[in-house]
Write a protein that binds this ligand. Structure first.
Ligand SMILES: Cc1ncc(COP(=O)(O)O)c(C=O)c1O
Length: 368
């Protein structure tokens, strides 16, 4: 008997996640050094410095299991966010919170509404549980079409995911757009708003998911320490929702899902406002630098509220990608999002951005 006959048939519909290429792999494969990675929307300034000190101090205690309830991190977060600890579910990255929600709520026959293009974990979680994915393409452009997404909700819809700002486009939905959407979603549908890049957004029209928690809708707000806080390697993110919703998600959580270092580092990073401001200033300047560079090359890009930019060239991204790697620059080919001529580039330091722009200029000259 083949494994294919033994496996749950839902799993056959899952495409394995394609990770960004690690720097070491590119250096080893191509025999080059000094590779720049602007592919996974990480913080190029590193981790929040306060987190490093806190982890060093805690290293001698890692023979002890972590606090399975993340009690102190929840206490800090609840003060920081103005919510109660019972409203918080902490995950091994917000990826895990998405999966936990799906495990607790989705089943075959359910429909899950997502935008296209958007972050791939929502589709993965839906497929994992055998729910049907309803992908809603925008009528124009590449941003979430909230009107169409609301219209795609049926009797079978279990959940709808809104990524704001969206990955990979960087587009932001305004307060007015979000509120209009929220009004149209029935009370029996779970609404997940993913705010992974929230701390980068500076537009006063940005709606903070937390403000809508008491609105009578079944809302889960997702946040992460992987992006602006610079803790992607530790894996810690969280969801905020109604205590009843959180308690149900908590039933499927493994006892020690968030490791000890992650909890300690997240608490330290949360208090590091200075680092956040420095990171925002870097992205503000870097965004201008990259956008100007793309314009000079005559390339189109989308305005972004996050720390990355989606741009296109006249060529298939897979044709340019190996050439960029040869020049020591890793960015994200966007064919994985169904966009064969686009790339997503993370805003880096001034020097990294210059390296990326120079490499792209050279590659376009080579193929043009
Ligand atoms: C929109 C969005 N949500 C969630 C995540 C996952 O974050 P975490 O590292 O907390 O799992 C990412 C990471 O790329 C993301 O882009």
């Amino acid at each position: 008997m083949k494994y294919e006959e033994l496996i749950r048939k839902e799993i056959l519909a899952i495409k394995p996640y394609v990770p960004g290429k690690p720097i070491e792999e590119v250096e080893r494969e191509l025999g080059i050094t000094n590779v720049v990675k602007l592919a996974s929307n990480e913080n190029p300034l590193g981790p929040a410095p306060s987190a490093i000190g806190a982890m060093q101090a805690a290293a001698a205690g890692i023979h002890i299991y972590p606090d399975g309830g993340c009690v102190r991190l929840k206490e800090d977060l609840s003060k920081h966010l103005g919510v109660s600890p019972e409203q918080l579910i902490i995950g091994n990255g917000s990826d895990e919170v998405i999966k936990l929600l799906a495990e607790a709520f989705f089943r075959p026959g359910d429909e899950v509404v997502v935008a296209a293009p958007t972050f791939g974990e929502y589709a993965y979680a839906a497929r994992l549980m055998g729910a049907s994915l309803v992908e809603v393409k925008a009528a124009e452009g590449l941003e979430h079409d909230l009107e169409r997404m609301a219209a795609a909700i049926t009797q079978k819809t279990k959940a709808v995911f809104v990524c704001n700002p969206n990955n990979p486009t960087g587009g932001m939905k305004t307060r007015a757009e979000w509120e209009e959407f929220l009004e149209q979603v029935p009370e029996n549908v779970l609404i997940v708003v993913d705010q992974a890049y929230r701390e980068y957004v500076e537009d006063p029209e940005y709606p903070d998911g937390l403000e809508y928690l008491g609105s009578g809708k079944k809302l889960l707000v997702l946040r992460t320490f992987s992006k602006i806080y610079g803790l992607a390697g530790l894996r810690v993110g969280y969801g905020v929702g109604d205590p009843e919703l959180v308690a149900y998600i908590n039933r499927v959580r493994e006892p020690f899902n968030v490791n000890l270092m992650a909890q300690i580092a997240a608490r330290a990073a949360l208090a590091d406002e200075e680092f956040l401001e420095k990171s925002r200033a870097m992205v503000r300047a870097g965004m201008d630098q990259i956008n100007r560079g793309l314009e000079e090359m005559g390339l189109e890009y989308l305005p972004s509220a996050a720390n990355f930019i989606l741009f296109s060239t006249p060529y298939p991204c897979r044709e340019l990608y190996p050439r960029l790697l040869q020049k020591g620059v890793i960015i994200r080919p966007a064919d994985i999002f169904g966009l064969p001529k686009h790339f997503r580039v993370t805003v880096g330091t001034e020097e990294e951005n210059a390296r990326f722009l120079q490499a792209l200029r050279e590659v376009l000259a080579e193929v043009g």
